[in-house]
Design a binder for this molecule. Structure first.
Ligand SMILES: C/C=C/C(=O)SCCNC(=O)CCNC(=O)[C@H](O)C(C)(C)COP(=O)(O)OP(=O)(O)OC[C@H]1O[C@@H](n2cnc3c(N)ncnc32)[C@H](O)[C@@H]1OP(=O)(O)O
Length: 125
C-alpha cells in the first residue's frame, strides 16, 4: 500500500500555548494536506475527507521543531480509503538560540486514522 510524507518547519509564531506548544489542530491540518497528496497519487483526485475514527496526541509539538507527516493507505474500499497518519518530530530547537538538534529516533507526536472518499462521479465508468 502507498505512503506519502511531507516535511516542514514549525514556526515559533505557530506556538499557541504555554511552553511554546502548538495546538492539536496544527497536526490535523498537516494530515489533511499529506492525505490529499496521497489521494492524488493513488486515485488521481484530491478526494474529500469524511472523518477520523481516532486521534491521539502522544507528545508535544513545539515552535522551532521540524516535523514530518506521513499518510499511509491501509484499506481501499469501493470509494473509501482508510488512511493511517503519523506526525513525527525530527529536529528540535535548543531554546531560542538558533541551534537545533536532530531527534533520533524521531518522537511520534500524533497518530490518527481517517477516511477519505473519492466522489462517485470520479469512479463511474
Ligand atoms: C481536498 C480535500 C478536502 C477536504 O477534505 S476538506 C475537509 C472536510 N471535508 C469535507 O468538506 C467533506 C464533506 N463531506 C462530503 O462531501 C461527503 O460526506 C463525502 C464525500 C465525504 C461522503 O459522501 P458520499 O459520497 O455521499 O458518501 P456515501 O455514498 O455515503 O459513502 C461512500 C463511501 O464513503 C464511506 N463513508 C462515508 N462517510 C463516511 C464517514 N463519515 N466515515 C467513514 N467512511 C465514510 C462509506 O462507507 C462508503 O464506503 P465504500 O465506498 O468503501 O463502500
Amino acid at each position: 500500500m502507498s505512503r506519502t510524507v511531507h516535511r516542514r518547519y514549525v514556526a515559533f509564531s505557530d506556538a499557541h500555548y504555554a511552553g511554546n506548544l502548538v495546538d492539536g489542530a496544527y497536526a490535523l491540518k498537516l494530515f489533511g494536506d499529506v492525505g490529499t497528496n496521497l489521494s492524488i497519487e493513488t486515485d488521481g483526485h484530491e478526494g474529500l475527507f469524511a472523518g477520523y475514527s481516532s486521534v491521539e496526541f502522544l507528545a508535544p509539538v513545539r515552535g522551532g521543531d521540524v516535523v514530518e507527516a506521513e499518510a499511509r493507505l491501509v484499506k481501499k474500499g469501493n470509494r473509501s480509503r482508510t488512511v493511517d497518519f503519523e506526525l513525527r518530530v525530527i529536529c528540535r530547537a535548543v531554546g531560542e538560540t538558533g541551534r537545533s538538534q536532530l531527534v533520533e529516533p524521531a518522537i511520534v507526536a500524533v497518530r490518527a486514522r481517517g477516511t477519505a472518499v473519492i466522489p462517485a462521479a470520479e469512479t463511474e465508468g
